[in-house]
Design a protein around this ligand. Structure first.
Ligand code: ZN
Length: 153
């Protein structure tokens, strides 16, 4: 791990922890159909998930983290969702089955990692070395997307 990545991890953990707490306080729990989608992509505790609709996904205050997120392709102006532990930002009007199943798969990945800290260490390492598109955790999330028309619920 390069020093750059190592120094960004605590900054990212603190940013994500704060937003995750905010979504836990202000977001909405899933409805039954959304719980079914979350379970179908492996989420163990879908009842803990909260969704928060926003006009724009927040970007990090920290300039280095913001720049790293942009240059890796993670944060872009047209991004529709961002998962932070059990908290999920969804841009208003974008809550499709496909997007929700993708973000729920990230929740599953957080659960498997065991904590926000361990997920972020792995995830940042991936996107800052191979980029967002090729990061194995993103490939896994894309492979678990459920298309609306073929959803089994
Ligand atoms: Zn993703």
């Amino acid at each position: 791990m390069t020093n750059d990545i190592a120094s960004l991890i605590p900054v990212a953990i603190s940013w994500i922890g704060a937003l995750s707490d905010l979504i836990a306080r202000t977001g909405l729990p899933l409805n039954d159909a959304q719980i079914t989608i979350a379970r179908s992509v492996g989420v163990v505790h879908p009842e803990k998930i909260r969704l928060l609709g926003v006009d724009a996904i927040p970007v990090p205050d920290d300039a280095k983290l913001r720049q790293a997120a942009h240059s890796s392709g993670l944060l872009s102006p047209n991004m529709a969702g961002l998962t932070l532990g059990y908290g999920i930002y969804i841009r208003r009007g974008q809550a499709t089955t496909r997007l929700l199943s993708h973000e729920f798969r990230h929740v599953y990945q957080y659960e498997q990692a065991g904590s926000i800290e361990s997920f972020i260490s792995i995830y940042l390492q991936q996107i800052l070395t191979v980029g967002y598109q090729l990061a194995p955790l993103e490939i896994d999330a894309r492979e678990h997307e459920i298309q609306g028309l073929t959803a089994r619920y």
